[in-house]
Design a protein around this ligand. Structure first.
Ligand SMILES: [Cu+2]
Length: 156
């Protein structure tokens, strides 16, 4: 009798980790940067089948990647680093629409239109299991759509 209980429990435990296919990323894009511009941004739509949080990211294209939100304070737009972005189960989370973006800090070279930037997302599910998800963001032209203000010019 006990044996069956354990078999059931271990099956449950092994089913808990978030599988790569449980997370889909669509419409990942970045914006081309001018030479000398240190930071870039990336947008994406992330859907996790299970409740999870986006807790970080990394990319070989830059020194570090931060999760940022845009807030208006006293009439000024400011970017603020956030620790995590909630990904409710089965919901497509459009980072940009929610006021978020991934900030590529310390670009090794300018992002060129038409190229792709590989970014690895770090997610944590409700049970605390961490998972990495790779995505490729297409670099779009500098102009067009909404202008993204670079760091350093935000508080003028
Ligand atoms: Cu930012």
């Amino acid at each position: 009798m006990k044996k069956y209980v354990w078999a059931g429990l271990s099956a449950l435990l092994f089913s808990l980790p978030v599988q790569a296919k449980d997370v889909t990323v669509s419409d990942a894009w970045s914006r081309a940067t001018a030479s000398g511009q240190e930071n870039g941004m990336v947008q994406a739509i992330i859907t996790s089948k299970k409740e999870a949080k986006l807790i970080g990211a990394s990319s070989k294209a830059c020194q570090s990647v931060e999760l940022h939100s845009m807030v208006t304070e006293g009439g000024m737009m400011k970017m603020r680093q956030v620790e995590a972005i909630e990904l409710p189960a089965g919901q497509a989370v459009d980072l940009g629409a929610q006021g978020y973006h991934l900030m590529l800090i310390g670009l090794k070279k300018p992002l060129q239109e038409g190229k792709k930037v590989a970014v690895e997302l770090k997610l944590r599910d409700a049970s605390g299991k961490e998972k990495k998800v790779k995505m490729n963001a297409t670099v779009r032209s500098m102009t067009g759509a909404k202008p993204q203000m670079p760091h350093g010019h935000m508080q003028h």
